[in-house]
Structure formats: C-alpha cells, structure tokens
Design a protein around this ligand. Structure first.
Ligand code: ZN
Length: 108
C-alpha cells in the first residue's frame, strides 16, 4: 500500500466514512448509520486542511489538495457497503428496493 493511499484511508477512517471489520480486518463503507454526504464533507475538509497546513502532507501531495480529495473519492467509492467476508445482504431485498425507487421516479 502506498503512502498516499494510506493517508486517504487514514482520513476516511478518522471521519468514519470507512470502517474496518474487527473480525476480518476488511475496509468497508458504513452507509447504514451515517449520512454519506455529511461524512464525505468532513473527510474532504480534513484532507484539504492536511494538505494546506501540514508540511509532510503538503509535500506528499505537492500542495494540491485535489489529488488527495480525488484519491479519497475513489477509495471510498471502491469500498464495499459492508465487510465482504461477513454475511452478504439478501439479493431479493436489494432488487425489490431498486424496483420501487425506479417506479417512484417514473411516476413523477
Ligand atoms: Zn467481517
């Protein structure tokens, strides 16, 4: 794992956008207990502050906070909703929910 990725994951964990399964040590994105947008906004704020105000981070990212925020987005986007080694969600529920929301959208 490279330094930049470690920093991005560290921020995501600190702001609770990402979590680590205590059993399997796998990263995942906890979307059940926290609103995505709020935590993402906090994670980006921390990222920008680190790059702008802390020299080691500034050097690592060449004073460009966007490099870190982009990395954060892709890291968070790639994380599964829950630990992949814990029980997977039932597929029937997922299908039903997405059908309902597409119907609601179409009726507007
Ligand atoms: Zn697990």
């Amino acid at each position: 794992m490279n330094t930049r990725l470690e920093i991005a994951i560290g921020i995501a964990l600190q702001t609770q956008v990402l979590r680590i399964c205590p059993i399997h040590n796998q990263l995942y994105c906890d979307q059940e207990h926290y609103s995505d947008d709020e935590n993402m906004a906090r994670a980006f704020a921390v990222a920008v502050e680190l790059v702008n105000q802390h020299q080691p981070y500034a050097e690592e990212f060449h004073h460009d906070a966007h490099v870190l925020t982009d990395l954060l987005s892709s890291t968070i986007g790639a994380a599964p909703d829950r630990c992949p080694e814990c029980l997977p969600p039932p597929h029937s529920d997922v299908t039903r929910l997405s059908d309902q929301s597409s119907e609601a959208y179409a009726s507007r």
